[in-house]
Design a protein around this ligand. Structure first.
Ligand SMILES: C[S@@+](CC[C@H](N)C(=O)[O-])C[C@H]1O[C@@H](n2cnc3c(N)ncnc32)[C@H](O)[C@@H]1O
Length: 204
């Protein structure tokens, strides 16, 4: 029997004030870190695991275009509704097979709270290396190590309980990404569990 996609089930309720204000914060963090880079309005961007697309919509007016991928059909539907609502004509959503067929390269690739759902992190990082321009930037944002209890409501969770800084350094090293910066960018709390979000910046 095919495994149900958890994100298809929660997609319609993903838009919460808490998540939206986190997306606002992440938008500011991204723009602040990219300040001084070449003209952002000319650069092509790729987001991995965009969910309902709120972060991409908030960023859209700053970039030339943002291509997004997400493996959940429910999230992709919500993305398209939000795209209409935001009138964000330069954001696009695809399923994950899009990554296997792309011929263009991106000047900036980012991902927020997604990699802990990806079993084979190194394969994904190797794939993204092929999609970035020589001077491009990659921002991987995700949970620092969290207790297994964090995903107790996620049926058959088979991802990672966040990542330690050492794990991230090892993944980057093993896949040939240069880690140019590692920092904690946010603190949060889910029920009684406190968590941190890191940003690992990479270049090839
Ligand atoms: C926790 S949500 C985060 C969504 C959004 N980035 C945010 O910060 O609100 C994780 C998202 O990653 C997507 N996802 C999980 N594995 C993926 C993969 N291998 N490729 C693309 N998307 C993936 C899920 O469908 C889901 O929408």
């Amino acid at each position: 029997m095919m495994k149900e996609n958890y994100f298809d089930k929660v997609a319609k309720e993903w838009n919460t004030p808490k998540r939206n204000s986190a997306s606002e914060e992440i938008k500011e963090i991204i723009l602040n870190r990219l300040e001084g880079e070449r003209d952002l309005s000319k650069i092509k961007v790729l987001e991995i695991g965009a969910g309902n697309g709120i972060l991409a919509m908030l960023l859209s007016k700053h970039f030339y275009k943002i291509d997004c991928v997400d493996s959940s059909v429910g999230m992709r539907e919500e993305f398209l509704k939000n795209k209409d609502e935001f009138s964000a004509d330069n954001v696009f959503i695809y399923d994950e097979s899009f990554l296997d067929n792309i011929t263009e390269k991106y000047d900036f690739i980012y991902s927020h709270r997604v990699f802990h759902h990806i079993a084979d992190v190194e394969s994904e990082l190797k794939l993204l290396k092929k999609l970035i321009t020589p001077k491009g930037k990659f921002y991987l944002m995700d949970f620092c190590t969290i207790p297994a209890e964090f995903h107790k409501d996620f049926p058959d969770f088979d991802g990672h309980n966040g990542f330690s800084e050492e794990e991230i350094r090892t993944y980057f090293k093993n896949t040939g990404w240069k880690l140019t910066n590692y920092e904690i960018i946010r603190h949060g709390k889910k029920e009684n569990i406190e968590y941190d979000i890191f940003l690992a910046a990479g270049e090839i």
